[in-house]
Design a protein around this ligand. Structure first.
Ligand SMILES: [Zn+2]
Length: 393
């Protein structure tokens, strides 16, 4: 406490001495003056231009002498925005506003300057691409940002190249409308404040900044489900069935179906959904499109013969049927031959072709140079016997 009183007393004495001194020199500083305002870029420095208000008829030398004796105290209301050193050199620290003050004679004299610190945008950052679906995640914000992040006074505007594909609102929210592609153009505009006491046309006024960037938006429709005409069926070995499948909604961008069989020994399936039954058993046929799938539960049965009732073959391949048919054919053949022989024996029918003379016929034998009559004829019963020579070979 004693030290505080002592220092206050010292300050009072000094001030008293200074006032006397200035008065003695005939030059009295009656006020301090700083520019009303200044706009600084973050990181920039500015030497404050301090002006002294004096009594009339103060010459330059006297003023300089008086000013030298004046103890100035420089302060900033917010040192996170701008700092000032003991010589009035201001350094811009961060975006914002602060008042730089200079005082003397314990506050009797003072001046101030409103300092605005700005940060100029160097770049505009938006996503290169944005993917949306009409069903599900159908909107997203571009989150356009300036760099550096603390750029001051920036505004963004948005336009879509095709609003039938995607729209964008004033906050940068993009909403899918229909399948397709569109570009969203973002424009960053940065305006700077005018220093207090200056005009927009002042040389020191900062020019607005404009930056643009584009995001390419792709809108698709996701597959919701696959619809099969049937979800189960029974096939016999060797037969085929084509499963009809539809990817829904019909606007789904990906309509590609992939078919798989849970057991290819039982049944296979081709790219068109055609199932071929291979072996008795069960298999699950799956149709897939992306992450979505549908299943067809297949049962494969052995084929059953309608002729013999056994499995494993159909009647056209039935061994029993074949054997029965062969036996029947042989019996029919034998009966036919027997009938033909009986007919020939009674009618002398020579319809059966042969290298030998027909049974019961007669002719001229080249080998023997004589006429013959075949042996089987029963000449004893033939009343024409006496008219024909009998040749025995
Ligand atoms: Zn059979």
């Amino acid at each position: 406490m004693k030290n505080l009183i002592t220092s206050r007393l010292t300050a009072f004495l000094c001030t008293a001495v200074m006032v006397l001194g200035l008065t003695a020199c005939g030059a009295k500083i009656t006020g301090l003056s700083l520019p009303a305002g200044a706009v600084l870029e973050k990181g920039e420095t500015l030497q404050m231009d301090l002006q002294y208000n004096t009594e009339p008829q103060t010459d330059a030398d006297a003023l300089a002498e008086a000013a030298e004796k004046l103890e100035l105290i420089w302060t900033s209301d917010d040192e996170t925005v701008a700092a000032v050193d003991e010589n009035g050199l201001v350094t811009a620290v961060g975006a914002g506003e602060t008042t730089i003050r200079v005082t003397a004679r314990g506050g009797e004299l003072s001046g101030s300057c409103l300092v605005t610190v700005v940060v100029t945008a160097r770049d505009l950052v938006v996503p290169d691409t944005l993917e949306l679906v009409t069903n599900g995640q159908n909107s997203a914000n571009l989150n356009a940002a300036a760099t550096p992040e603390d750029a001051t006074g920036v505004t963004f505007t948005y336009t879509s190249s095709d609003e039938s594909i995607a729209t964008v609102d004033e906050t940068g929210l993009v909403t899918a409308v229909a399948n397709g592609e569109a570009d969203i153009t973002v424009t960053l505009t940065q305006a700077f404040p005018i220093a207090t006491g200056e005009t927009a046309t002042a040389e020191s006024a900062r020019q607005p900044v404009t930056l643009t960037a584009t995001t390419h938006v792709t809108v698709t429709t996701a597959v919701e489900r696959i619809e099969l005409d049937k979800t189960e069926g029974v096939l016999t070995v060797g037969s085929t069935h084509k499963i009809k499948a539809a990817v829904l909604p019909d606007t789904a961008t990906d309509q590609t179906l992939t078919w798989t069989s849970s057991d290819e020994r039982v049944a296979t399936v081709d790219a068109s959904g055609e199932v071929t039954a291979k072996k008795a058993g069960s298999a699950v046929i799956t149709a897939s499109c992306g992450d979505v799938s549908a299943q067809y539960n297949l049962t494969v049965q052995n084929i059953k013969c309608s002729y013999c009732g056994k499995t494993g073959h159909i009647s056209s391949n039935c061994p029993t049927k074949a054997a029965d048919e062969a036996a029947a054919a042989a019996a029919a053949q034998a009966a036919a031959e027997q009938a033909a022989q009986q007919q020939a024996a009674t009618s002398g029918d020579s319809s059966t072709p042969s290298n030998d003379p027909p049974v019961g016929s007669s002719g001229f034998d080249d080998q023997y140079g004589s006429w013959f009559v075949t042996e089987s004829h029963d000449w004893t019963q033939d009343p024409s016997n006496g008219d024909n020579p009998v040749i025995v070979k």
